[in-house]
Design a protein around this ligand. Structure first.
Ligand code: GAF
Length: 391
């Protein structure tokens, strides 16, 4: 649970001064995977797990960051921020601060305390929640306001250029701009979006396989390179195609032979996923839940077989959901290679669905999963600790 009052007390106890408190949520992606960096479409929702950031100014020119999740503190000179990451949890808040410095802001000393309940390494964007809550806290201390989309871009730059993870814009965007009870169909080309209401009769059940997922390095980067290889091949014939967003299945049929077999499969996933994502938003908006579930199933097959971003446990979790009462659609969500599945479930069946899915998964794999009943929540915001708490 993320409790703003508890964060406030922790900050006061540690730094002896009242903080301003900000919250930024994690996210679940309903459909549209590895399409964001191809300037395509995604349909995430912010969820009711979040990171809280408490901030107060200091007069000694230091930046002192305390993470309650890690139980550790780190200190830096505000005038001499590290130039690159050190493979440490503090890379995320320091990366965001360094990007603000790069934009010309003079960074003062401050104390920052962080405390979140987004499960780490589960594909629910715990890093984006840390980045966005830090960005809100530090910009507020600077006395500047960044509109949501700009705040998201700043955080993405921190992740790409400081942390060194080649992620797209989806996670930071939804954390900064989520809307309560809605998913967002986001066009990652121009960051325009359409709200897709999630009706009260539909629940979000998030099932953590407990297999750790990571975006920095490894398979995520390899997939991105394969997508770029396919784009370059098509672009040689059709120079207007600079991102797979603009490619078609006909392009793949025509030029696929010039690509490595893996690049062709990855591209087929991205090109078809873009279509599915737009269609899924239409289905959600028009309440065609049968079609939505069908598209989610197709998306999972494509993600698992063409993009090869699933793992045995994720496929099992999706498979075990299929004949449970109330299921609308299930698929692996997020960057892949572990993490969580997202299940859209009829609300009155959701509690028993969650229980049965957990039992079945434990019996089949020997791993006890975490199953969460979540709600689509609002995006990052300041929390008035004196009157309200966010959960
Ligand atoms: C991770 C990345 F951070 C996102 O940008 C996106 O590419 C996603 O994986 C896959 O859809 O969460």
């Amino acid at each position: 649970m993320h409790d703003p009052e508890a964060l406030r007390s922790l900050h006061v106890e540690r730094f002896h001064v009242e903080p301003e408190v900000f919250a930024a949520p994690g996210r679940v992606n309903l459909i549209g995977e590895h399409t964001d960096y191809a300037e395509g479409f995604v349909m995430p929702a912010a969820i009711d797990f979040a990171t809280l950031a408490g901030i107060s100014p200091r007069s000694d020119g230091k930046i002192v960051i305390y993470s309650q999740n890690y139980g550790k503190e780190r200190a830096f000179e505000a005038a001499g921020l590290p130039p690159s990451a050190s493979q440490h949890w503090s890379d995320y808040p320091i990366g965001v601060t360094a990007m603000l410095a790069q934009e010309g802001h003079r960074i003062p000393g401050f104390s920052l305390s962080l405390w979140g309940d987004v499960p780490l390494g589960s594909g629910l964007s715990s890093s984006a929640a840390v980045e966005v809550s830090t960005a809100l806290a530090v910009t507020s201390l600077l006395g500047v306001t960044y509109p949501g989309p700009q705040l998201a871009r700043l955080c993405q730059r921190a992740e790409n250029h400081f942390v060194g993870a080649s992620s797209g814009i989806m996670d930071q965007f939804i954390s900064a701009n989520g809307a309560k009870d809605h998913a967002l169909l986001l066009d990652c080309r121009d960051l325009s979006y359409k709200l897709a209401p999630i009706p009260p009769s539909v629940s979000l059940v998030i099932a953590n396989t407990m297999v750790k997922h990571t975006v920095s390095g490894g398979e995520y980067t390899t997939r991105r390179k394969e997508v770029e290889e396919a784009t370059a091949v098509i672009g040689r014939h059709r120079p207007e195609v600079r991102f797979l967003r603009d490619a078609t299945v006909e392009d793949l049929a025509e030029y696929g032979a010039e690509m490595s077999p893996n690049a062709l499969k990855r591209a087929r996933h991205v090109v078809t996923e873009n279509r599915r994502t737009v269609a899924a938003a239409d289905a959600l908006i028009s309440h065609d839940l049968l079609e939505l579930g069908r598209l989610m199933a197709e998306a999972h097959r494509s993600y698992s077989q063409d993009f090869e971003a699933s793992c045995a446990e994720c496929d099992i979790m999706v498979e075990l959901a299929q004949d449970l009462p109330g299921l609308i659609g299930a698929r692996l969500t997020g960057g892949g290679f572990g993490g969580c599945t997202v299940n859209l479930v009829e609300a009155d069946e959701a509690p028993s669905f969650a229980e049965l899915l957990g039992q079945r998964y434990a019996a089949k794999t020997g791993i006890v999963p975490q199953i969460h009943l979540c709600h689509a929540s609002g995006g990052a915001h300041r929390v008035d600790v004196r009157i309200q708490s966010v959960k």
